[in-house]
Ligand binder design. Sequence first.
Ligand code: NAI
Ligand code: MG
Length: 327
Amino acid sequence: MYDIAIISGDGIGKEVMESAEFLLDKLNINFNFKHAEAGFECFNKNGTTLPEETVKIAKSSDATLFGASTSTPGQPSPIINLRKQLDVYANLRPIKSYKGVKSIEDNIDFIIVRENTEGLYSQIEYGDDNQVIAERVITRHASEKISEIAFKLAKRREKQNKVTCVHKSNVLKKTDGVFKESFYKIAEKYPQITTEDFYVDAMAMYLLTQPQNFDVIVSSNLFGDILSDESAGLVGGLGLAPSGNIGDHNGLFEPVHGSAPDIAGKHIANPCSMILSASMMLDYLGEWETANDIKNAVEKVVADCKIRTPDLGGDASTIEITKAIVK
Ligand code: NAI
Ligand code: MG
């Protein structure tokens, strides 16, 4: 029996979470779902985007599933705060081309490992009317930890055994100097794994011109965020982009997409990114076989082309594709 915190959030977060719960309920694994609130609607109700009770439930569960939240003016982001409070310092974003889905190249299969707790997302900003400053915090400790995760992952993957470090150390000499140094320090422990590093601007291009050459990509917070949305675009969009946030004691799994107010309430959101995030959660919990079955089921339904949501060119509803995946 696993205790799973369920934080649906706003907009399509709620719709795709219903799909994930529907699917998890059909498995031969027992879950105790603990529902908790966060996001814009939660703020309007409770005056906070992330109640203490929600953090408590997430901390005491075996893993957490998060849908998506709409940003609240003047309020901190609940998901960034939750990641911090759970100390889930590694954001894992697998990118894969799917059969039957328009992709820039076939055979794309890499994973972005994004540092999740510092960088430009430290949310330390100050200034006056004329000048505003954002602090970019990079520590050796966090940089080494994220590189370690990247190398461990590369060892586990069957593919190329390569880790690519992305930075901008020619301009951000101090902060990305530390990030790059930490990467090569950890690399010494993994002599069997190939290493390379690129500036983030060049990398943004290489992802378009040679995406099949990458295996594990490690980067700081903002660069990793931007590159992972770009990468999702290479292989069919945000509807197929899951993610996991891993720390030493907690795991938090969420689709890369937001609350999509433009399609919320229309029941046409693609639940695959949420369902694939649930599969990553099962992998984290050690339920490898079931995690794999879910991934294969999503691949099969998507490749089949018959039941697809509008973002993938079909006219199926969220629940129709969910049922097809369950079947
Ligand atoms: P978004 O990811 O919500 O939507 C971008 C575009 O992709 C929209 O056209 C949307 O319809 C489409 N899309 C996203 N997910 C989809 C799905 N599952 N199926 C079909 N189409 C999908 O990003 P946007 O519009 O920039 O942000 C909307 C709100 O979400 C904002 O308030 C933003 O702050 C918030 N947000 C929250 C995130 C989170 O909670 N982790 C992440 C990103 C944005
Ligand atoms: Mg993002």
